[in-house]
Ligand binder design. Structure first.
Ligand code: FES
Length: 223
């Protein structure tokens, strides 16, 4: 997608960081050497997006360039490289759907077909109701629970057509389910159950603190 298509046609005349975010910027800048202010560009882009309804206007790019002592085009280069930064308005629920090989092999096409069937949108579009936006992205690092989508800050994993449909219905009611595996899989453990370390014992917190050497669990006698 060309850069110009990613940038909103209608832009606000003004952007200024809030007082609270100015304090955060000070704390962020303190982490880096004075001559390396550009290192703060990613957290500042994130702050600007969270402050401005989940998208970054060009006036914010200008403000960040000043804060980070960078050319505006350099800030824009960073903002356009990462799919998590939006340069035009998006819906309340910004769906980043992974379409990279592991997710594709596990059914990401079905997940995106579901979004299209239910919301009438494809990658880069916002639903007519304005509540949902979809963007197809590259691997989000949760391949073991493929296929998956990121919605705002959370990952929803182990999806298929039906579970994606349910997820959209719930979000439409602003009933946001718990993040993670939609099937309730713990982490990325095998299904239907763990196949190794099946005898690991959960020690009570108190004994874990006082004992320097954990007791062996059933089946862990190796000596
Ligand atoms: S391929 Fe989809 S999360 Fe890695």
């Amino acid at each position: 997608m060309s850069i110009s298509r990613r940038i909103a046609d209608e832009q606000p005349d003004h952007f200024a960081f809030s007082a609270e975010n100015k304090k955060k910027i000070k704390a962020i800048m303190a982490k880096y050497p004075k001559e390396r202010k550009a290192s703060a560009v990613l957290p500042l882009l994130d702050l600007a997006q969270r402050q401005h309804d989940n998208w970054i206007p060009m006036k914010a790019i200008e403000a960040i360039a000043i804060e980070c002592d960078m050319a505006e085009i350099r800030v824009l280069e960073v903002a356009t490289f990462y799919t998590m930064f939006n340069l035009k308005p998006v819906g309340k629920y910004f769906i980043q759907a992974c379409g990279t090989t592991p997710c594709w092999l596990r059914g990401s096409d079905d997940v995106m077909r579901c979004v299209k069937d239910k919301l009438g949108i494809t990658s880069g579009q916002t639903s007519a109701c304005g509540k949902f936006s979809l963007l197809e992205v590259e691997c989000l690092g949760a391949c073991v629970n493929a296929p998956m989508v990121q919605i705002n800050d959370d990952y929803f994993e182990d999806l298929d057509y039906m579970s994606m449909s349910d997820l959209i219905d719930r979000l439409n009611e602003d009933d946001v389910p718990a993040a993670g595996s939609i099937r309730g899989r713990q982490g990325s453990q095998p299904e239907p159950a763990p196949t190794s370390l099946t005898n690991v014992v959960d020690f009570p917190a108190s004994s874990a603190k006082t004992s320097s050497k954990p007791k062996a669990g059933k089946g862990d006698d190796h000596a």
